[in-house]
Design a protein around this ligand. Structure first.
Ligand code: HEC
Ligand code: HEC
Length: 240
């Protein structure tokens, strides 16, 4: 009996479907149609920023088309041992290679650049490295994912594995992957980062939230990216 239950739980956890499978048909069609998806305005803005400044991103990296596949590999461990997501990587280029002050985590400029770079990986399969120096971050992320938290005392997986497909306050619960981020959320009336979404989930269970860009969220982001391995990048996603 118990063994049977264990197996059933494993089978549920193993089945991770892309976020687009949980969208309403209307939202999904809109997500697939750049002319009706406001997130692409951020892509346009990001591409303009890519060419601006001295030195510009373009002067080192060439056309932004060359960024294809990069978002599918992030977060990554940098040479100094820090785990960087795409936002963190871009912020570093700005500070170290452009000699500019940080733009700020949820700023329009950083969101635009991140969305523009991520959009170049649309449709490509997620494949983050989780060996070597990334292994410890993966475990940190896994622990955060599996630990019950907040006044509601719920772990991420109790919603995103055990109850995926069910409705909660007007939403259909997905597998809680980051592949659609940065995403345009109707409730936000704009594009927001994955960390902003994670803060909303922590608020939902009345847990203490981390800061945007916090290492805890970046570790969680790595774990979510690993869960999503093989699934396509959907950024910019379109959400309720
Ligand atoms: C002066 C040259 C220079 C400029 C300007 C620059 N970068 Fe970079 N960028 C680099 C180098 C070099 C790397 C490789 C990592 C390192 O050594 O820091 C890199 C790495 C990256 C990566 C990761 C690529 C990968 O394959 O992992 C991204 C994304 C990126 N830069 C985005 C940007 C953006 C966006 C801008 C403009 C805001 C920018 N960079 C400006 C030199 C530059
Ligand atoms: C009480 C249930 C609940 C808990 C617990 C919860 N979430 Fe969520 N989460 C939701 C709902 C509802 C949404 C919006 C619908 C959706 O996309 O799943 C959401 C959305 C998300 C999304 C965005 C998915 C997308 O494609 O738009 C991610 C990522 C996510 N959650 C991760 C997490 C993580 C990581 C945790 C643990 C720290 C967590 N969630 C805890 C209910 C929950």
């Amino acid at each position: 009996m118990l063994a049977g239950l264990g197996l059933a739980a494993l089978a549920v956890a193993a089945e991770v479907r892309p976020p687009q499978d949980y969208l309403s048909p209307t939202l999904r069609a809109q997500q697939d149609d750049p002319s009706r998806h406001p997130g692409w305005l951020w892509v346009d803005e990001g591409e303009a920023l890519w060419r601006r400044g001295d030195p510009s991103c373009q002067s080192c990296h060439g056309d932004i088309a060359g960024m294809a596949g990069v978002a599918a590999r992030y977060p990554v461990v940098a040479q100094d041992g820090a785990l960087l997501n795409l936002e963190g990587r871009i912020e570093r280029c700005r500070m170290r290679h452009q000699g500019q002050p940080a733009i700020g985590y949820e700023s329009e400029a950083l969101l635009s650049l991140t969305t523009a770079v991520a959009s170049r990986s649309r449709g490509l399969p997620m494949s983050v490295a989780v060996d070597g120096p990334a292994a410890a971050f993966l475990e940190q992320g896994r622990t955060l994912y599996e630990t019950r938290q907040g006044q509601l005392n719920l772990a991420c997986g109790q919603c995103h594995d055990d109850n995926a497909g069910r409705r909660l306050r007007g939403d259909v619960i997905s597998n809680g992957l980051g592949t659609g981020f940065p995403a345009y959320r109707l409730e936000w009336n704009g594009v927001g980062s994955l960390h902003r979404r994670l803060r909303a989930c922590q608020l939902g269970v009345r847990a203490t939230q981390f800061e945007l860009g916090a290492p805890e969220y970046t570790a969680l982001e790595l774990f979510l990216a690993h869960r999503a391995r093989g699934l396509p990048v959907e950024a910019p996603g379109l959400r309720r």
